[in-house]
Design a protein around this ligand. Structure first.
Ligand code: ZN
Length: 46
């Protein structure tokens, strides 16, 4: 039994509304705030 890992994906910033969110490793990337499709969403490295 392995513990379930919360799906977080890569932290990104929306190029449309500047919201920060996790892409949950889904493709295409869609901003959860403005629903914009973000094929080139910027990954936040911190
Ligand atoms: Zn957005």
């Amino acid at each position: 039994m392995s513990k379930p890992v919360p799906p977080t994906g890569t932290k990104r910033i929306c190029t449309e509304c500047a919201a920060k969110f996790y892409d949950l490793d889904k493709r295409p990337i869609v901003c959860p705030k403005c629903k914009a499709a973000l094929p080139d969403a910027v990954a936040i490295v911190s």
